[in-house]
Design a protein around this ligand. Structure first.
Ligand code: NAG
Ligand code: NAG
Length: 540
């Protein structure tokens, strides 16, 4: 009896301890019953894959959901974090296969395709990440992956920030800048001679690099509009990040749409004067939330974009390292009646495992009307129908450990891209066949194996195999008598796009022939010896 009582007590104590110590960890790590081995971390916290024909590696993607209605375009990611060897620019196809990777830019972010003067460019920020912003500049690569433009902020001592590089429909660049300035922080319990990061955006002429417009948050927003706690910041060595600008868009009327994460605000800024026309959200909110839809209580948000004349989209993170007002993040489409100062939440988009993006992230409406969200600090991106149905949900890290941020991408995009690299395809011969890949060549649909008797001879087409992903394996035809080969990349019309250098099928061919030669040599020598011995014995 006493025994049972004690056992019950121990079990109860165990349960209490489990509840106190284990459950919060399970919650923090977001274990769920429906997680795959990938999401549970069986392949590592940020699984990656390697290739035979190149030393590049790439994140292994996990499709949690897939639907044929997903846009067929490419996905643009900049994976970085403790589990990532080197930050890099990455393009994946819609099936999750690597299409291009470049590690040569160091830390690069906000990687996407944008149009400039009717041409598509790969655009991004590259530089050094400081505590909460960047010191770098903005780059544009043409379809050969060559740098075409490099844009820098205009002004003494200003450094280019990583959060935004947006090319407007007038072919100008909108960029963000964090500039430390003196500020009175007594209203926040800080010093009267404190320091804040002012939040700037500039509009720059891409061709000439000339400044067209500049706006500073500090001239329009009081530091008390922030939701961030000083937390030891606010002197010159550690300026306080009161505003944290993270997106700028421009409307048809020349006004700017600005998102500032730490004030929880989306504002319209009048072109030319910089005056604040209106503010949605935060302490300075001017809008009423029609039918309690939740349109004005977003927090720590990213990426405010105009969708039409009266609707905007944002990624509502609803989370910061130390503050999670909601259990998960969501994309929002909000309709505004600017005249009446009324806002209505039209659609909300959340990830299939309800991820929480404690930082970073973005939301874009694709050309086909689908919605694409990058979950920033959580290594996932999701594509939805316009009305919020999840179509494709893809992870590039194990979701149970998203809170650790081992692999993250500031933003994620989907779009169209035609890349024609100036490099050659690369191939490696192994016992198992020939492996071929061509980093960045988006138009290859088939690989054609051509053989030669001599490198200078006419080639003979042995076979064509469809491209099966970033890397394709080609069987070496048995008993081929040709010692030389090359692989030609063909597009869907059968036009040759490029080829490997002429290579030797050394793995099988030369090994075989040399061993045959050796056998001939040995048998000839033995035969010779036998003849000699016979001849000798006859003589004696
Ligand atoms: C930004 O980088 C440049 C060049 O690397 C360096 O000279 C400058 O001091 C840096 N500025 C800041 C604010 O870190
Ligand atoms: C948006 O406003 C512009 C300029 O007034 C107008 O031409 C256009 O038709 C409007 N678009 C929509 C979808 O209402």
């Amino acid at each position: 009896m006493v025994h049972n009582y004690r056992r019950g007590l121990l079990a109860a104590l165990g349960l209490v301890l489990f509840y106190i110590f284990v459950v919060p960890q399970l919650y923090r790590f977001r274990f769920r019953l429906d997680l795959s081995l990938y999401d549970l971390g069986f392949y590592g916290l940020s699984p990656s894959r390697s290739y035979v024909s190149t030393s590049l590696t790439s994140p292994l993607l996990e499709f949690v959901r897939w639907d044929a209605r997903c846009d067929p375009g490419f996905v643009f990611l900049t994976p970085r974090g403790f589990s990532v060897d080197k930050p890099s620019l990455n393009i994946f196809d819609a099936q999750g296969e690597l299409a291009w990777k470049d590690e040569s830019w160091g830390e690069a972010q906000d990687f996407k395709v944008q149009q400039y003067r009717g041409e598509n460019y790969l655009t991004f920020w590259a530089g050094v990440e400081l505590d909460i912003h960047g010191n770098g500049s903005w780059y544009m690569l043409n379809s050969f992956y060559q740098p075409s433009y490099n844009i820098s902020p205009v002004g003494e001592g200003l450094v280019g920030d990583l959060h935004e590089f947006h090319i407007t429909s007038n072919d100008t660049a909108l960029v963000t800048i964090y500039d430390p300035i003196p500020s009175d922080l007594t209203s926040l319990g800080g010093s009267s001679s404190g320091w804040v990061y002012d939040a700037l955006f500039q509009e720059i002429d891409i061709e000439t690099g000339k400044l067209l417009f500049e706006w500073r948050a500090s001239q329009h927003y009081p530091v008390e509009s922030t939701f961030l706690a000083l937390d030891g910041h606010g002197d010159k060595s550690k300026p306080f990040d009161a505003f944290h600008i993270n997106s700028v868009d421009k409307d048809l009327w020349g006004n700017y749409l600005v998102s500032m994460r730490h004030t929880h605000t989306i504002s319209s800024i009048k072109g030319e004067t910089g005056e604040v026309l209106w503010t949605l959200g935060g302490r300075l909110n001017e809008f009423s939330d029609v039918s309690n839809s939740g349109s004005t209580d977003f927090s720590w948000q990213h990426d405010a974009r105009w969708l039409g004349n009266d609707t905007i989209s944002i990624l509502n993170n609803a989370a910061h390292e130390f503050d999670s007002p909601a259990p998960y993040s969501n994309g929002m489409v909000i309709q505004l009646d600017i005249h009446a100062r009324e806002a209505t939440l039209l659609v909300s988009y959340c990830e299939s495992q309800e991820v929480l993006a404690t930082s970073q992230g973005n939301m874009r409406v694709l050309e086909n009307g689908n919605v694409f969200i990058g979950w920033g600090h959580s290594a996932a991106f999701t594509e939805f129908t316009a009305d919020g149905e999840i179509l494709c949900d893809v992870h590039f890290g194990a979701s149970a450990y998203f809170s650790l941020g081992r692999i993250v991408s500031y933003r994620a995009f989907k779009g169209y891209w035609v890349g024609t690299p100036l490099t050659e395809p690369s191939a490696v011969v192994t016992d198992d066949g020939i492996y071929v890949s061509w980093n960045g060549a988006t138009e290859v649909s088939e690989w054609q194996l051509e053989a030669f008797e001599q490198p200078s001879d006419e080639s003979l087409v042995l076979e064509s195999v469809p491209k099966t992903g970033f890397e394709t394996r080609i069987d070496v035809p048995e008993n081929t008598k040709y010692p030389f080969f090359r692989i030609v990349a063909l597009d869907s019309d059968g036009t040759a796009l490029g080829q490997t250098p002429v290579m030797q099928t050394q793995a099988q061919g030369s090994d075989d022939s040399s061993s045959v030669k050796l056998w001939i040599l040995i048998t000839t020598a033995l035969f010779g010896c036998v003849l000699y011995v016979i001849w000798l014995s006859r003589k004696l």
